[in-house]
Design a protein around this ligand. Structure first.
Ligand SMILES: [Zn+2]
Length: 295
């Protein structure tokens, strides 16, 4: 029998002020439950509720941290060590209080970190970070500047203290979000459709088969709640400073053509197909624990 590939499904619970985020979390939990998938939900500390947390924990998923506010000020890679430490400590304390558990896994808002971030996370007791994305070529997102992603390790690794895209002596395990030119995330699924995404998966599957690399997928609960599609406008193409924080808005023209229930149905079909394959679904902590055990 062929060996199983580790698949880590991760859910970034981004703030969505005009939508019922709790409903989005409930739908995510139901969908994962339908296929017996255990996953990691990354919560933004100031945009969560005891109900959301309970839903996730009752179904055996892991609670991770996705920052304090996830707003335009929380550009972690731009902030001083002291400011980052204050934000990350506050977020961790809040989430540990709400969940009643130690928080061990982190994903940065908009995937932006620097070496200070990882050192602070390690000090706060985190065991995994999943904020980098190896070989992702992002022309229009706010990570355009992140050319280090192109040369970094594809396999999970312990980063260097200063050059975090290289292997080093930090204890925290970096588990990159899977990408190969395109990111293996819901936006790609929505733009290119399920057939393309299945082919993409098989390519990643064979890589994982030979290298023992996990496949990390990412989606957001608010995607199941979209109640309008995006209309074309020339204004979307006029560059301004916010592109550096939020990315170029016109890229969403391609991704925002499906309403919430359609995005849910697409994920339903994807997870149904995925769960019939030779894969093992794990949370970030389960994966970390497994690879730190001596063979
Ligand atoms: Zn996010």
């Amino acid at each position: 029998m062929r060996k199983k590939i580790d698949v880590l499904i991760s859910i970034d619970v981004d703030p969505a002020p005009s939508l019922n985020l709790e409903d989005g979390v409930r739908q995510s939990v139901n969908l994962l439950g339908k296929y017996g998938i255990k996953a990691t939900f990354f919560f933004v500390a100031n945009h969560t509720s005891p109900n959301m947390m309970r839903l996730v924990q009752e179904h055996g998923h892991e609670v991770g941290c996705h920052g304090l506010n996830h707003d335009d000020q929380e550009e972690l890679h731009q902030l001083s060590y002291t400011k980052q430490e204050k934000m990350l400590s506050e977020a961790t304390i809040l989430l540990e209080k709400l969940s009643g558990n130690k928080i061990k896994s982190f994903r940065s808002p908009r995937l932006k970190i620097n070496s200070d971030t990882l050192q602070i996370l390690e000090k706060l007791g985190y065991q995994t970070d999943s904020s980098l994305s190896a070989q992702r070529l992002d022309f229009f997102s706010s990570n355009l500047i992140n050319l280090k992603w192109l040369i970094m390790n594809r396999l999970p690794y312990h980063p260097d203290m200063k050059k975090i895209w290289k292997k080093g002596s930090l204890k925290i395990l970096e588990i990159p979000v899977t990408a190969f030119i395109l990111p293996f995330i819901s936006t790609t699924l929505r733009i290119f459709g399920l057939t393309f995404f299945k082919i993409f998966f098989w390519f990643l599957y064979w890589e994982a088969y030979f290298t023992k690399k996990p496949i990390v997928y990412l989606f957001h609960p608010h995607e199941f709640l979209y109640n309008y599609t995006m209309k074309f406008s020339w204004e979307l193409f006029i560059p301004n400073k916010s592109w550096l924080i939020k990315g170029a808005p016109f890229r969403r023209l391609f991704a925002r053509q499906l309403l919430g229930p359609e995005v849910y149905a697409l994920h339903d079909r994807f997870f149904c197909w995925l769960s019939s394959k030779n894969v093992h679904f794990k949370t970030m902590s389960e994966y970390q624990l497994q690879i730190s055990l001596p063979f």
